[in-house]
Design a binder for this molecule. Structure first.
Ligand code: GLC
Length: 784
């Protein structure tokens, strides 16, 4: 049995408990409670946000700047009242009440209706050698979501979820640790919802009622228990606050929302040119081509193979002419190659940028280039250097970087599978070399941050060296990764089961603050059938990041390799993706401004409908468009749940009154799609790539009902949206028995879209057109 990566010495020692409250001190926004042996600080950061910190000593560790972007002191002060009785300390904000039992420090929250939540259970908080833990009750009908990147279905009740980044090769529905480690979740039941951000980068674990049904537990191998409790009750409110804490995504370039094509590998310039030509000849839209590791010279990062890619600048320029952006993969493992004039190794060694072991010797592992060393991305100087290395790529036109293997993944070569496994040493010093600053530590504390810090270095380097928005992708990350990068779910497999779990995986990422996410369409490992590929492309149309990818030694997975029928299906759904780009881009803006997910489980919009709590195989793309895909071979019909309200079939316009269950007919050409009444979906013509021609025509599809929609646009590629160089349009829909009025508000913001004709289609009723110059327009549709 290989040694479990990251497993720290455990002990069966009993947990030490806190004892009784002995002293209480109130400061501006904190309440300090001490017992004989330990210390608890409750900070009131917002009416719905409480931070709880516990130390089994009288000291607290210095603040770590890595995940939480807002210091406690930076929150605007909110009013709260503290009341002490003989047995309790009560803290009341405008939204919640917190009650601490003095005899055992047990903490319970109550909402305005006096419903308890996040209520301490068992011993509340305890500690033993090297570990601190907290226990809380699971309420009746409470369900658990988020947890970052997780396989399986939506709800994580009765599961153990470890936060420790690994190369999760061959993962399946039972896998625990994944590439990402995001110690955040939300607990929902009708009317009540709260989130927990477990603020530890050390190895940590949630046990959601597996060990003790009815009790959930959080444990860290760091020295303190530090968590933020966020009251909702709606998931949207929880995410808004959680992303205030850990940050939100910047707007990506709009082309990054188009279709991406990838393979390990399009191994030469000739193959890449052929690929690009196929897309254009077959009229299948595509914006991005990814180059996997074989573009490099012997897997040396920031080099090109002189044989296979002799003139990358010319290639990338020609691709750009044809409307393609080029993205290159970069791994953190730098080939160990002294005296070979390999600039990355030489510079890193000279400046001592690579991680050393505790005894001072250079740490090395084995990855693609065989013996490799690893930059210490925790250090700002290393981040700068790494960021600047991207310049050699951006100078020749590379528009985005795909950061891989950054858990960091380390192979056990040259020993072979049966040999001794090399792990990244947990005691390797990282951060400000030898310094005493808040960011000097060992790998044990920052293992989970390796990918996030690499992505940050990459994002900031691209920001410095490209004058416009770039695309960044990463495999590994920690809470807050959304600030720097999009994320894909690593090496999935060409299996129906993997298609099935892709939606709940991406939904849970979205519920963890990371909205720009995708899975490899068609499956990375293995060979898809035509049917699997067609169904996957339909589902992939919904992925915020829509990328097809496949592994070395597998059959090719491009849209045309499975014959005409599959090709037509792929074209139709990629076309639909492009038509929906104005709607999808608005969702990205919403994610960037509020932290809302782009792809949402139904519970996000129907949190009081218990029917949605475990519903993992239907999703909402934004607030209005719901998909009920087919993810099984040979299946042409499926049950679809329609929650309360009126729903319309996207294809036929037929309407249904929810809540109800219907049986949808879904032959291979069709993915069932539904729209909520009163919805507005802005659409554009099909293009082969994003800015193929100016957007002089648009269509607003509107469904009868009552609703309000905000439509966001900007130039799609510069940073000037930060200075209000965008356009916002409020569209309202009012329907009564005989007519619908659609009001399109005046354009707000500094950006002027090209002059255009807008067709407003009231689905099932008719169309009207107007010439849009940003004016207010009111349209009346009479129902016949
Ligand atoms: C890893 C990545 C995969 C990539 C391969 C080669 O397995 O997850 O996407 O194609 O490495 O770079």
């Amino acid at each position: 049995m290989p040694q479990y990566f990251g497993k720290l010495p455990t002990t069966n020692q009993p947990w030490t408990t806190i004892g009784a409250v002995q002293s209480i001190n109130q400061n501006e926004s904190t309440i300090d409670l001490s017992s004989e042996n330990s210390h608890l600080i409750i900070s009131i950061l917002a009416a719905n946000l409480i931070r709880v910190r516990f130390s089994p000593t009288t000291e607290f560790l210095p603040r770590r700047p890595w995940a939480v972007t807002v210091d406690d002191a930076e929150w605007e002060k909110v009013p709260f009242a503290v009341q002490e009785t003989d047995t309790t300390v009560e803290i009341k904000t405008e939204q919640i009440r917190l009650c601490v039992q003095k005899h055992n420090f047990h903490l319970t929250c109550f909402d305005k209706a006096e419903r308890p939540f996040a209520q301490d259970a068992d011993i509340g908080i305890g500690w033993r050698l090297g570990a601190v833990a907290g226990w809380k009750q699971i309420a009746a009908n409470e369900h658990f979501y988020g947890f970052g990147e997780r396989t399986g279905f939506l709800d994580k009740l009765s599961q153990v979820k470890t936060n420790w980044t690994i190369d999760a090769l061959d993962y399946d529905a039972l896998s625990d640790e994944m590439y990402q480690a995001i110690p955040f979740f939300m607990a929902l039941r009708p009317e009540v919802g709260y989130g927990i951000f477990f603020n530890t980068t050390f190895w940590s674990q949630f046990d959601i009622g597996a060990e003790h049904p009815g009790v959930w537990k959080m444990e860290t191998r760091g020295g303190e228990l530090d968590y933020y409790m966020i009251y909702g009750p709606q998931p949207a409110q929880i995410l808004r606050t959680y992303t205030q804490l850990t940050g939100r995504m910047p707007l990506p370039p709009k082309w990054a929302l188009g279709y991406h094509q990838c393979r390990w590998s399009y191994e030469s310039e000739i193959v890449v040119r052929e690929l690009a030509q196929e897309f254009r000849q077959r009229r299948i839209p595509c914006d991005v081509i990814h180059l996997d590791i074989d573009y490099m010279r012997g897997y040396r990062v920031f080099t090109w193979s002189p044989q296979r890619f002799s003139d990358p600048k010319k290639l990338i320029g020609d691709l750009a002419q044809a409307g393609f952006k080029t993205v290159t993969i970069i791994d953190p493992g730098v080939k160990y190659e002294p005296e070979a004039n390999y600039h990355v190794f030489d510079q890193g060694l000279e400046n001592d940028y690579f991680v050393r072991q505790a005894d001072g010797t250079l740490f090395h592992g084995y990855v693609w280039p065989e013996k490799a060393v690893f930059p210490d991305f925790l250090r700002p100087d290393v981040q700068n250097w790494w960021g600047d290395l991207q310049k050699s790529l951006t100078d020749i036109g590379v528009a985005g970087i795909w950061n891989d293997m950054n858990e960091p993944a380390i192979d056990n070569r040259p020993f072979g599978d049966a040999g001794e496994k090399i792990w990244f040493p947990l005691d390797a010093p990282q951060g400000d070399a030898g310094g005493e600053t808040a960011s000097s530590t060992t790998h044990r504390e920052v293992h989970n941050l390796y990918g996030l810090m690499m992505a940050q270095a990459c994002y900031q380097g691209l920001e410095r060296h490209r004058k416009e928005r770039s695309f960044v992708l990463t495999r590994s990350g920690y809470a807050g990764v959304q600030r720097w990068s999009s994320v894909w779910m690593g090496d999935n497999q060409s299996l129906w089961e993997h298609l099935e779990i892709s939606l709940p995986m991406l939904c849970n990422m979205g519920l963890s603050g990371v909205g720009f996410v995708g899975c490899d369409i068609g499956g990375f490992a293995g060979n898809a059938t035509a049917e699997l590929f067609a169904r996957w492309m339909q589902v992939g149309m919904l992925y915020p990041l829509m990328r097809g990818h496949s592994a070395m030694s597998t059959a090719r997975h491009e849209p045309w390799v499975f014959g005409d029928r599959t090709e037509n299906i792929c074209r139709e759904y990629i076309n639909l993706r492009y038509q929906l780009l104005p709607y999808i881009y608005t969702l990205f803006w919403e994610a960037a401004t509020t932290g809302a997910p782009i792809l949402r489980p139904l519970l996000y919009h129907f949190p009081n409908d218990s029917q949605t709590y475990t519903l993992y195989d239907q999703v909402l793309l934004g607030p209005s468009l719901m998909a009920a895909p087919v993810y099984r071979p040979g299946v042409e019909y499926r049950a679809v749940y329609l929650p309360a309200g009126t729903w319309f079939d996207w294809w036929s316009g037929e309407s249904y009154q929810g809540p109800t269950q219907i049986l949808a007919h879904a032959p291979l050409e069709k993915m069932p799609l539904y729209v909520r009444s009163g919805a507005v979906i802005p659409m554009q013509p099909v293009m082969q790539y994003l800015d193929e021609f100016p957007l002089t025509e648009m269509r607003f599809r509107v469904w009868p009902g009552n609703g309000e929609y905000i439509f966001y646009e900007d130039d799609g590629h510069t940073f000037t949206y930060i200075q209000q160089n965008y356009s916002l349009r409020k569209i309202s829909v009012f329907t009564n028995t005989d007519q619908t009025i659609i009001e399109i508000g005046e354009r707000e913001g500094k950006w002027t879209p090209p002059q255009r004709e807008i067709t407003v289609e009231l689905v099932g009723v008719g169309e009207q057109h107007f010439s849009d110059v940003g004016q207010k327009v009111s349209l009346r549709f009479t129902h016949t």
